[in-house]
Ligand binder design. Structure first.
Ligand code: B12
Ligand code: SF4
Length: 500
């Protein structure tokens, strides 16, 4: 009898610049290999003919696992799962990752999905693989949703496993050359922690990780990062942690460890400004010296009332200035994310945000901004309020697939109000770009900058935006950069469909 011990893991195509190998699949692969299963990983980012490859690899596989985020990745997941169900209907298809975990029942109701792994996947997937290989019952596997004789069944939740108990992700499965060709830089996507202690109302981290910060020890991080960077000759490490410096001593120990190793590479992370501000100036200089080149912050707004509505009281405006200042001392670039159109935000709130952020951008040339129109993702705590306010909630996997990410789907932000916000945004970004480009130029260029920038800054101060001749001119001379990745600071090429 044929014993199947091969598992195929698939990462569907996504929008935006490629980041590197999908860490989720490398993490699952390491645990599966420890349990003596063979893993084939197929990432659509580098495997253009993924349909054919999956068909070939599935012939003798135990199951196919697909990782899914909300939005366009669902399209590739459905494409592959339906194809598999036509040529190998016996092959179990397992969905995992953020979208299926947030909406397990909705996901499982699709005919081409046999199981959903909810939340952290390493241990659940091994138990599923063992159960399938040995034809055991699935009903004792925590964290699993499955079809029991066609009935959607949700087993109990699984307790999150401390990261230090899990193996090093299977980075050897990564074709670093292929990603380098695609990204233009040899990069390692790596995580030192999962979870964030905060509970911002628009974020699903709290739903997934229950506000528990779960981190690898500093020693392990330093040893692993140095080993991986050296072994795979990567120039950069993009940390995928939700909030890297939650445990300050650990964060600083990591920086110190990297610095004293003498191995040189750039690294980037995301954080909240309060943790960064708890670091001294010397601490932030240490980050810079150890190679930190970019930090992303979800600052979102500078209006106190909007920050309160977002349940973001840990995010203070004075600390945004302080973060920018300290980062500048450390020679570190910073991206501040901004959210506009949040339920309850008024035009006055927007004006405050544009004015304060323009001031920050003017004082600190190391700061860039990434403005977004509020997008309600599945499972966020304010859905009841959004439904009451008339936001159409997608009802199925296919409807979430077509969700216009980054575009406006808010009924309270339409027509003239939306057009005005778009114009304000363009002025704000143009002003910031001029600040950053012409800071250290000759006296003459500084004078030109002063002349060009004076009317723009007047508009931002007085909130007057009619007859936007500077924007018409800028269409010719400056390309306004709309959004950036908080993970790397890299420019995001695709514009939100109807912003600016
Ligand atoms: C890296 C990243 C990306 C990368 C991933 C590509 C890559 N090569 O790594 C890219 C650029 C694709 C991306 C895109 C987006 N992202 Co993103 N991203 C992240 C980030 C920062 C890290 C994810 C990660 O790798 N974590 C480490 C691994 C080990 O954990 P994991 O992915 O959760 O995987 C575990 C489990 O989920 C599970 N699992 C995952 N997949 C599978 C599959 C199977 C079969 C099984 C069994 C289990 C399983 O097991 C894994 C191990 O425990 C998270 C935030 C975070 N800190 O997690 C946001 C996050 C996942 N992204 C988010 C968002 C909003 C987006 C975008 C919608 C943004 C946008 N507006 O465009 C897009 C969606 C895709 C698109 N536009 O096409 C949200 C969640 C969205 C959602 N509901 O799906 C998050 C949580 C950020 C946040 N706090 O809001 N993202
Ligand atoms: S601080 Fe960032 S990661 Fe943490 S809950 Fe808020 S938005 Fe999510």
């Amino acid at each position: 009898m044929l014993t199947r011990n091969k598992i195929v893991l698939f990462y569907p195509p996504y929008d935006g610049p490629p980041l590197g190998a999908p860490l989720c699949l490398l993490a699952l692969a390491a645990s599966l290999r420890e349990a003596n299963f063979d893993v084939v990983m197929i990432d659509a980012a580098i495997e253009l003919d993924y349909l054919t490859r999956i068909q070939c690899e599935s012939v003798d596989a135990l199951f196919l696992g697909i990782s899914v985020l909300t939005g366009p990745m669902i399209r590739g997941a459905i494409e592959v799962a339906t194809a598999v169900k036509t040529y190998s209907p016996w092959l179990p298809v397992i969905f995992g990752g953020w979208h299926p975990s947030l909406l397990p029942d909705e996901t499982l109701s699709e005919a081409f999905v046999d199981m959903v792994v909810r939340g952290q996947g390493e241990i659940t997937i091994v138990e599923v693989a063992q159960a399938l290989a040995q034809k055991l019952n699935l009903n004792t596997i925590a964290g699993l949703s499955w079809k029991n004789n066609g009935q959607r069944t949700h087993n109990i939740d699984r307790k999150v496993e401390p990261l230090d108990n899990l193996p090093v992700p299977a980075f050897d499965l990564t074709d670093f050359d292929a990603y380098e060709k695609l990204c233009g830089v040899r990069k390692l996507a790596y995580a030192t922690s999962v979870g964030c202690p905060y509970a911002c109302n628009y974020c699903t981290d709290q739903v997934f990780y229950k506000r528990r910060f779960n981190a690898l020890s500093a020693d392990r991080v330093v040893a692993e990062m140095i080993d991986l960077v050296t072994r795979y000759r990567t120039e950069e490490v993009a940390l995928l942690d939700s909030n890297f410096p939650v445990q300050l001593p650990r964060a600083l120990e990591i920086a110190r460890g990297i610095l004293s190793s003498g191995v040189k590479f750039k690294w980037t992370f995301q954080a909240s400004t309060d943790f960064l501000c708890r670091m001294s100036e010397d601490d932030v200089r240490l980050l810079g010296a150890s190679g930190v080149s970019h930090m992303g912050f979800g600052t979102e707004s500078t209006s106190e009332s909007v920050l309160k509505l977002m349940n973001k009281r840990h995010q203070r405006v004075d600390e945004m200035y302080e973060t920018a200042r300290k980062a500048q001392l450390g020679g570190i670039r910073v991206t501040f994310n901004l959210i506009f159109g949040y339920p309850g935000e008024t035009e006055a709130d927007r004006i405050v945000t544009f004015q304060t952020m323009s001031d920050i951008g003017h004082q600190f040339p190391n700061v860039s901004f990434s403005p977004n129109i509020f997008t309600p993702y599945p499972g966020i705590p304010i859905w009841p309020q959004l439904r009451e306010m008339g936001v159409p909630e997608p009802k199925s996997l296919r409807e979430w697939m077509d969700m216009p990410l980054g575009a406006n789907m808010l009924p309270w932000l339409k027509g003239k109000e939306l057009a005005r916000l778009q114009r304000m945004l363009n002025y704000f970004l143009l002003n910031n770009q001029i600040d950053r480009r012409h800071k250290n130029n000759s006296q003459l260029r500084r004078a030109v900058r002063f002349i060009v920038q004076t009317p723009i800054r007047w508009r931002l101060r007085s909130s007057r935006y009619s007859f936007p001749w500077e924007l018409w001119l800028s269409n010719v001379s400056e390309r306004i950069i709309l959004r950036r990745s908080l993970v790397t600071g890299q420019e995001l090429p695709k514009e939100p469909a109807n912003a600016c």
